[in-house]
Design a protein around this ligand. Structure first.
Ligand SMILES: Cc1cc2nc3c(=O)[nH]c(=O)nc-3n(C[C@H](O)[C@H](O)[C@H](O)COP(=O)(O)O)c2cc1C
Length: 329
């Protein structure tokens, strides 16, 4: 049997399949099942400051936030728990951590700089193996530059890393002018891993009701190409671990992620669609692929198809669009 073990943000995992932050972690029984069917680790759904504070949002506020709304903030996917503050979330994180042997990571999405540090410190005391910063900011303010938005992220990473003793990962959005530089900068501030990328639901408009319509749409395996390309471009150029997220739907997709240079993958949609036992199918498929290829362990092929090892770097950077476009009749 091929060895699937890996290390992610300094934490040893028996395999690279991490259940991404999602409604799967809303029930301890589901988390236990995820472990039983083989998951390497799990991220608990985010502690959202917004959900706790129940801000009174003005319409413009809402439009700004909804422009790139995360699926996770839509309360319809969660049990209707009235939030009384972070305490309930913290107790639930602790309960989940204690219910399983696999590493459990917490995730935080705060709004105010002080709250980031406050909640991060409290989450770090629950026994988690690490903390994921779930950061998203919609660059919708015409008076703010890209650097302004990036500085806000860097400040948060620096203050959270400085406040907690557990390793910190940053879950990024794919929408940065210089993604490579953003990853390098968060590494400089002490992040041990980057999750590429979070997936945002783009709001639609209902033409009958003339309202904003938000609908949950699962990811598609074709969406994996964006993170795949970025992991491949950054492997060997940055020192932190990369977890590939969005569009990972099969064991072969996990193989692709490792070939690009990922330390691990994060998976939500396909597990929510196909059920938790599908985790073991994905892992078995990865095993079979490795056996076919005669690979004993992930390091035998990690980064093999990354910028470090392919001669045709141009293929990753420009993706040979010209040839492809010219070949279409
Ligand atoms: C129902 C649901 C809830 C989610 N909740 C969270 C969350 O709390 N925090 C977070 O960072 N991401 C959350 N996500 C995003 C996932 O962690 C993941 O980044 C995204 O779904 C892309 O992975 P996938 O292609 O495997 O679905 C959620 C996704 C879904 C579908």
């Amino acid at each position: 049997m091929a060895d699937l073990s890996t290390t992610y943000m300094g934490v040893a995992l028996k395999n690279p399949l991490i259940v991404a932050a999602s409604s799967i972690s809303s029930y301890v029984d589901k988390v236990k099942t995820a472990e039983e069917v083989g998951a390497g680790a799990l991220v608990i759904r985010s502690l959202f400051e917004e959900q706790i504070q129940h801000d009174d949002m003005t319409l413009s506020d809402f439009m700004e936030r909804a422009a790139n709304i995360s699926p996770e903030i839509q309360s319809t996917f969660y049990p209707p728990v009235e939030h009384g503050g972070p305490r309930e979330h913290l107790m639930w994180v602790e309960k989940t951590v204690n219910a399983v042997e696999m590493p459990v990571f917490a995730s935080l999405n705060a709004v105010n700089p002080g709250t980031w540090v406050d909640y991060a410190t409290q989450l770090a005391e629950t026994g988690i193996a690490g903390l994921e910063i779930n950061y998203y900011a919609v660059a919708a303010d015409p008076d703010k530059s890209g650097s302004d938005y990036e500085k806000a992220l860097f400040d948060i990473v620096e203050s959270v890393v400085g406040a907690v003793s557990v390793p910190v990962a940053v879950k990024l959005s794919p929408y940065y002018t210089s993604t490579a530089n953003v990853v390098k900068e968060i590494e400089k501030r002490g992040a041990k891993a980057v999750v590429m990328f979070n997936r945002f639901l783009q709001p639609d408009i209902d033409v009958d009701d003339e309202t904003i319509a938000n609908e949950m749409v699962w990811s598609d395996p074709r969406e994996m190409k964006v993170p795949l390309r970025w992991v491949a471009l950054l492997y060997g150029r940055v020192g932190l671990d990369m977890a590939l997220n969005t569009g990972v739907h099969s064991g072969r997709d996990i193989a692709k992620a490792i070939l690009a240079g990922a330390s691990a993958v994060q998976v939500a949609s396909t597990v929510l669609q196909n059920g938790l036992p599908y985790i073991s199918t994905m892992l078995m498929d990865l095993q079979s692929w490795m056996e076919e290829k005669d690979y004993d362990k992930l390091d035998d092929f990690r980064g093999k198809v990354s910028q470090q090892n392919v001669e045709d770097l141009f293929g990753f950077e420009r993706a040979q669009y010209m040839q492809l476009l010219m070949s279409q009749q």
